[in-house]
Design a binder for this molecule. Structure first.
Ligand SMILES: Nc1ncnc2c1ncn2[C@@H]1O[C@H](COP(=O)(O)OP(=O)(O)OP(=O)(O)O)[C@@H](O)[C@H]1O
Ligand SMILES: [Mg+2]
Length: 276
């Protein structure tokens, strides 16, 4: 690859993955980062943001799945300084606690026997009240405010799947399409973390996004194997072979020159859509 071509790519900070992508992601586009639970999506998302920060870019992590404190703790364990990554806290329970539904109010409304019961009721009520606030539309509004204040180059939304669940069914596909359009117009490299959709589902992000990186966690008879596939990547040649991935104390490593062990590959081929 020539130096000029490499300049046009956004490095993921993972040598092997950059190699699979022939230099890195094409900047300024939205991508899907899919995988099963525990496959390493949050870690990879953070690592990509960390690389941006290292290059002097501004990076934003939208925390929906996990409370920001836990995310910081997990990543700090990997020895990274995440202080420069801005974390937008839209985790529903964090919002619920900050709302502080009055226990006295709850106790007055219901015949609760003890202070503890009132407290539990208040929490449940707060969560119920907080969740409807977070929808695809309200997140887009929050992001447009955020982007007016700061000029971000990299954004991770963790996760789009949970955001959809909180949003409910109403015109969800329209909402997602509008969010994706907004993100591409904002001209930033964005990773939307999702669960692996079932093969028959038509998810708008799957066809509107410019590419999809998928992480796999495979339980073979003897151990857990991990690998990564590039399911789709518009505008560039890319590796079509699944490559082994490991999560170490230094973060994610991808071995672009190695093949996935046969025992794991056989099971991977059974995953619908994984080798499209
Ligand atoms: N230092 C480490 N060494 C080895 N494995 C690690 C290390 N740190 C994390 N892991 C592995 O990474 C997994 C978590 O990865 P991560 O949270 O990024 O996955 P995820 O796809 O975001 O999962 P979730 O569904 O929980 O959101 C852990 O369950 C663990 O197996
Ligand atoms: Mg996660």
């Amino acid at each position: 690859m020539t130096a000029k071509k490499a300049e046009l790519r956004a490095s993921t900070g993972i040598q092997g993955l950059d190699k699979m992508l022939k230099g890195g992601l094409i900047p300024g586009r939205p991508y899907v980062l899919s995988g099963g639970t525990g496959s390493g999506r949050t870690t990879l998302g953070m690592q990509i943001l960390q690389q941006g920060v290292r290059q002097g870019e501004r990076a934003l992590f939208v925390a929906i799945d996990e409370p920001p404190g836990e995310i910081r703790e997990n990543v700090r364990y990997l020895g990274w300084d995440v202080g420069k990554i801005r974390i937008l806290d839209v985790h529903p329970s964090a919002k619920a606690y900050s709302k502080r539904v009055s226990m006295v109010e709850i106790a007055a409304q219901r015949a609760v026997g003890s202070l503890r019961e009132a407290k539990d009721d208040a929490r449940a009520e707060a969560l119920k009240q907080a969740s409807p606030d977070l929808t695809v539309q309200s997140l887009q509004l929050m992001l447009s405010q955020e982007f007016k204040e700061f000029r971000y180059s990299r954004v991770v939304i963790d996760s789009l799947t949970t955001l959809k669940r909180l949003s409910g069914d109403q015109e969800i596909n329209m909402g997602i399409m509008s969010l994706l359009r907004f993100l591409s117009e904002a001209n930033l490299t964005c990773l939307l973390i999702t669960d692996v959709a079932d093969a028959t589902a038509v998810e708008p992000e799957a066809f509107i996004s410019r590419g999809e990186i998928r992480l796999h966690r495979i339980m073979t008879t003897s151990k857990v194997e991990r690998c990564v596939t590039i399911e789709k990547m518009r505008g560039t040649a890319h590796d079509t072979v699944p490559r082994p991935l490991t999560i170490t104390r230094e973060g994610i490593k991808v071995e672009a020159g190695r093949k996935v062990p046969k025992a794991a590959l056989t099971m991977l081929q059974g995953v619908p859509g994984s080798l499209r």
